[in-house]
Each structure stands twice: as C-alpha cells, then as structure tokens.
Design a protein around this ligand. Sequence first.
Ligand code: 6PG
Length: 250
Amino acid sequence: MLEVRRFADAKEVATDAAERFVEIAAEASITRGRFTVALAGGSTPRLLYQLLAAPPFRARVDWARAEVFFGDERCVPPDHPDSNFRMCRESLLDHVPILAERIHRMRGEQSDRQRAARLYQEEMAAAFGVGPDRAPPRLDLILLGLGADGHTASLFPHTDPLREGERWVVTNIAPVQPTFRLTLTAPVFERAENILFLVVGADKARALADVLEGTLDADRLPAQLIRPSGATVLWLIDAAAGSLLTNLAP
Ligand code: 6PG
C-alpha cells in the first residue's frame, strides 16, 4: 500500500511521523516483543527525532524494546559533523533509554569499506538470529528521505548498488561530499513492514513528482526502487515538496 499525506510545513510532517513511529513501535512491541527500526540520515528527520526525544512522544515508545539500525552512513568517523549516526545520536539516541547494544551503527570510519559493509550485514543477521547469507530480515520500520536527484538512503542515480539483489549492505559513491557511503539495499527495503518517507522543501518538488507520478526509471530515480509489495509505504510531505504533484488535492 502506498499513501501520500501532505502537510503545511516541516513541523506538521515531523509530528505526523512521530505519531506513526509511536504506533508502529507499539504494534511491533506487542506482537513481536521488539521494535526494529532503521533510521534515516540527512537533515529532514532531525525534527522527528527531536520530537521523539522529548515529552509527550518520548514516553509513548517502549524504548527498551527498540533495536536501532541505520539505512545508510557517510564514511566519516562517528563524531564527524557529517555522520548520520552523530545526528541521530544527538537528536534522539542520547535522550531515550535504548540499550547501547541495541544500537547498531554502520562503521563508516573503517578504511576497508567493503569489510565494514559485510560486518554490518553480519551484525544485522546476528541481531535477528538469522544466517547472514539468507534473505534479509524484515524490519518493522525503515525511515527514508529523498534527494533532489531522486536518491534515497545512499542509493544514487546510475550506480551499481541499484542492481544489488543479494547483499543487504554495500558501499557506494555519492556525487556529493562525503563521497563514500555505506547503504542498505533494495532487498532489505523490499522486506520491510513499514516504510516512512519524509520529504520537505521546494527543492524536492520535481524529484518527488517524478518518483511518484513519472515513468518508472529507477536507474535515474532510485527512490522508485522502494515499492515493497507487502509493506505500507507512507510518504509524509510538506506543501512545498508536493507542489508539483497532480494526483493529490491541495
Ligand atoms: C544521507 C541520506 C540521504 C538523505 C537525503 C535527503 O545520508 O544523506 O540518508 O538519503 O535522506 O539526501 O537529505 P535531506 O533530508 O538532508 O534533504
């Protein structure tokens, strides 16, 4: 199921995203005893994380049951200003009672990036109690953003990882700094229970309209790869990002 919800501004987007986060976390905690989530990087989700880290949302999540992964990471040390882990830690993880061993960060700082990708796949496999050479696990929630060029996570246009069909985590090269990245792949996104895209700002309007309403061309628009059959894919967008959508009433 794919649903697009448009809000007036970034604050409303983040607030609705926080509500969805709380609901999905509660359902997963009750039905499976645990809530597995992959956080998004970039700047857009910061507001969501800040909301989740403070009253009233903070108390509405059973953080002891949360197991946190990352959708992608820039290849920088974890305390670098460009680190997705650092952004998530400062805005959310430092402020909620999650067990340290349940926070699984990608080791973007390792010089052998292939190895870092492989180790992350193994760490995910161990956390889910599955073999690292099997089909990827099903995360309860994957948060994603959209770049103005149509990328999502660190799946950039016209790059090899777009065609990855087996590995869960690979390295990639971004057209912008920081160049080197680690990213989850389509096989992981395809198995997710819920995907939540947060897209804000007029600079995303063209890409958003092309991804949602344009011709299918995932090589040019990697976010089009994220169409898992069994999942709920929810796009939470603001008016500016949605300004070029034609199939959505204003
Ligand atoms: C990253 C991302 C990336 C991001 C988009 C949107 O590490 O950069 O995970 O996919 O979500 O580029 O970024 P903004 O939210 O900063 O616009």
